[in-house]
Structures are given as structure tokens and as C-alpha cells.
Design a protein around this ligand. Structure first.
Ligand code: NAP
Length: 165
């Protein structure tokens, strides 16, 4: 399951699909079609879905690129041995320990460079299995407007700032 299929998440949906996973995206109904075109098998509308009320989704992997929900909300929806990759910030140590004791793999994931991973991504791009979607492009001198756009949190794919020299 990919939460927040925006700038980061739109790559995650495509990469998960490329591995053969059944992909669920948490997305507004308005952008359901867009994320289905990226390869999501199922869309859950975050405006109407209640994690507490819903019966267990039995998820093997959750990528949370939003951080709007407490990580504890997912526990009921984990399949045994599930992994949670949490992007926005590090979870407190005792929370990590708690999940570990339950057999879950919970990690904070930051941007880092790994040659093998870059090669894998390059292959996916070459094969057309992963594409970059650019929502809007701004001139370098319009950087402020680019940030304002990003802050809206409604981006479909990436915002690009051109650095023409
Ligand atoms: N750890 C790292 O190295 C790292 C690196 C990059 C980013 N980040 C973090 O990752 C997060 C995502 O960044 P981003 O640039 O990918 O975000 P983004 O592009 O701004 O995300 C926009 C998307 O979020 C969706 N969204 C809005 N509210 C939502 C909700 N309540 N539930 C689910 N989806 C919702 C929107 O979908 P709809 O159109 O359907 O509303 C929109 O497509 C940020 O917290 C950022 O700080 C971390």
C-alpha cells in the first residue's frame, strides 16, 4: 500500500507494480484515475476510508510518504512479517522496538545513494516500467512560486525548477 502517491509515491506505485506486487494506493477519488494509470490495482479514497473501522487489509508492505496518520493505525492491517517504510520522520525508538517485538520490519527511510539501486532504477526507466510525471515546471527565478505550489500538497508527480545556465 502506498500512502500519498505524489512526488515520491508515484515512483513507489510504479516500482511496486514492476515487482509484480498487488498495489493499493490511498488517494482522493478525484485523482484515482491518474494513479490507476500508473499501475495501482486498487484505490482507497482517504476522504472516506477509516483505518480503525475497516477490517484488516493484510498488507505486506506500507510506504507512508505522508505521515498524516500515526504508524500504530496500520498495525491491524499488517499481514504477518509486514514492513512499514516511514518517510516523513524517524519514529521514536520504543515504537521501533515494539514493532520489532511483534515481528514487523518498520523503518524510517531517507534519501541515500546506492549504486545497485540506481542501476535497478535506470533499468526500470529504460524499460519504460517507471516514468517521471512532471506536474508543473517553474523558472529558477520563480522558486518561491514552486515552493508555494509544492506546499499545496496536491501535486500529480513532480514539480520541476529549471536551472537554465
Ligand atoms: N525521507 C526522505 O528522504 C524524503 C524524501 C522526499 C520526501 N520526503 C517526505 O515525503 C513526504 C511526501 O513528499 P512528496 O513530495 O512525495 O509529497 P507531494 O508530492 O506533495 O504529495 C502530494 C500528494 O499527496 C496526496 N495526499 C494529500 N493528502 C493526502 C492524504 N491525507 N492521504 C493520502 N494522500 C494524500 C495528494 O493526493 P490527492 O491528489 O489524491 O489528494 C497528492 O498527490 C513529505 O512528508 C516529504 O517531506 C522524505
Amino acid at each position: 500500500m502506498i500512502l500519498r502517491a505524489g512526488g515520491v509515491g508515484h515512483y513507489a506505485v510504479q516500482m511496486a507494480k514492476a515487482t509484480g506486487a498487488y498495489v493499493i494506493a490511498l488517494k482522493s477519488a478525484a485523482n484515482a484515475g491518474w494513479v490507476t494509470n500508473l499501475g495501482a490495482d486498487e484505490i482507497i479514497d482517504y476522504n472516506t476510508f477509516d483505518f480503525n473501522e475497516a477490517s484488516s487489509l493484510q498488507l505486506n508492505l506500507v510506504l507512508d510518504a505522508g505521515g498524516r496518520y500515526p504508524a500504530s493505525l496500520y498495525e491491524k492491517h499488517f499481514a504477518p512479517g509486514a514492513a512499514l517504510f516511514y518517510l516523513p520522520h524517524q519514529l521514536p525508538g520504543e515504537k521501533m522496538q515494539y514493532y520489532k517485538s511483534k515481528g514487523f520490519d518498520v523503518r524510517f527511510t531517507g534519501v541515500f545513494t546506492e549504486e545497485r539501486a540506481i542501476d535497478d532504477i535506470a533499468t526500470l526507466l529504460k524499460e519504460g516500467k517507471v516514468k517521471s510525471y512532471i506536474d508543473k515546471t517553474f523558472a529558477f527565478t520563480d522558486m518561491k512560486a514552486a515552493f508555494e505550489e509544492m506546499k499545496k500538497g496536491t501535486t500529480r508527480g513532480k514539480i520541476v525548477v529549471r536551472m537554465d545556465i
